[in-house]
Design a protein around this ligand. Sequence first.
Ligand SMILES: *Cc1c(COP(=O)(O)O)cnc(C)c1O
Length: 354
Amino acid sequence: MSIPLTVSALDSIRRKGYEAIPLYQAGAGQCALDLSDNTNLWGTPPSALRAIGEFAGDSAARYPAAYSPALAELLADYAGVRPDMVVTGCGSDDVIDAALRAFSAEGGKVCLPSPSFSMIPVFARANGMEPVAIPLTGDLDLDVEAMLAERARITYICSPNNPTGGSMSPAAVRTIADRATGLLIIDEAYFEFAGESHTALLESNRPILITRTMSKAFGLAGLRLGYGLGSPDLVREVAKARGPYKVSAVADAAARAVLAGDRDWVAARCEEAIVNRGRFADALAERGIRSLESRANFVLLPVDDAVAQAAELAKGGVSVRAFPGLPLIGDALRITIGPWAMMERCIALLTTSR
Ligand SMILES: *Cc1c(COP(=O)(O)O)cnc(C)c1O
C-alpha cells in the first residue's frame, strides 16, 4: 500500500521560500451585491456575449493560435502601439508573473510600493525572488529615491494604485523610468478610469513593460485576459516565459469582438463609473465619511475596524474588500463603483453600520 505524501515530506522537496506564499483567498464576494473586486458592475459588453454565443462548437476541439496575433493587432490599435509591442496572457496576472520569471534571478529583489497590489509579493516569491516593499510617501505618491536606492532587478509600480486609488505623479513615474536599474513594470489595470497612460515612456530605450487587463473596464474578468506593452525584444522575452496557448479561443473571440465593435460601450461605462465615483465620495462626505481621492473604479475608505464593518455590510447583502492595517492608512474598506442604485444601497448601509 502506498503511503500518501505528508506535509512534512513536501517540506523537504519544496522550493525555498514557498512556505511564505499563502494560497490566494478570494474576498467575501458572496453577497447579492458584490462591490469587492473592481470588475465591471454594468456587466459584459453585448458584442462579447454575442461572440461567446456564436463560438462554434468544433472550435473548442482545436488549439487557439499560440499567441493570439489577431487580438494583439486590435490591442495595439487600442493602445496606440505597434502589434509587435504586445504580449497577451491569461489575465494581466499571468503577464506580470511571466515578466518576473523572464527577468528573475534567484534571490534578486522585486521592489514595489506599499500599499499596492497584493499579488506582487506572491509572484516574486513564486519566482524565487525577494519582494522589497517601500512605503508610499505621506501624500500617497511613490518614494522615488527610496525605491531607486534598492537597485532592484525588477521594480513594480501601479497607477492608479490598488488599493489606494490615486494616480502616481507623472514626475515620479518618469524619474523611476529614467533611473531604475532593471526591468520596470507599470501596472495600468485601471488606466481607463484615469484617462491617462504611460505608453509615451515606451519610446525611450528603457526596459519598461506596461501591463493592462480586460478584467476591469472591459467586463471580461471571467474570461481571463490581460496584456503587456513594451519593446518587441522585451515582450518577446515575456512571451517565452509565458508559454503558448494561455489565451483560450473563446476569450480571444470575445475580446476581439469588443475591441472591434464595442469600444464605445466600454468608454460609456467608464464615463459613468467616473461620474458615480465623484457622486459616491460627495455623498459619503456629506455624511461625515472620509474617502481617499480615486482615479480608479473603486474608492478606499479609512475606517476603525475594517473586518467588523465589512461583516456588517455583508449582513446587509453587500460585499466590500476589507484591508486591515494598511501602511500609512490603517484599516480601510475598498468599494467598487458601479451603477448608482448599487452605490445608494451601499451608502445607506455605510451610514447605519458605523
Ligand atoms: C485587477 C488587477 C489586475 C489584474 O487582473 P487580471 O484579472 O489578472 O487581469 C492587475 N493589477 C491590479 C493592480 C489589479 O487590481
